[in-house]
Design a protein. Structure first.
Length: 88
């Protein structure tokens, strides 16, 4: 069964449109194909960012936190030969 489609329209800066056209020519793909690939990748990235944000908020709610001063002390110790190997 075929998936339905919807037309989306966006105004983009000319330099970006030109790059899309250049990539399309190089890959022998249409402008629509390039835009679909880019939009799919962006949506996937945003969904992952949202998932990670919710996961981080669950950690906060559960009290799984590290004090900022501990992180600063650990990062300051990096590269000076006696860095703590303890993961923060």
């Amino acid at each position: 069964m075929a998936i339905g489609t919807k037309v989306l329209t966006a105004h983009v800066p000319l330099p970006l449109a030109e790059k899309v056209d250049e990539i399309g020519k190089r890959l022998e793909r249409s402008r629509g194909w390039i835009v679909k690939q880019a939009l799919s990748a962006w949506v996937e990235q945003e969904e992952e960012r949202h998932r990670l944000t919710l996961e981080a908020l669950e950690d906060v709610d559960a009290g799984r936190l590290i004090d900022h001063r501990e992180v600063q002390a650990w990062s300051a110790s990096l590269g000076i030969g006696n860095a703590s190997t303890t993961k923060v």
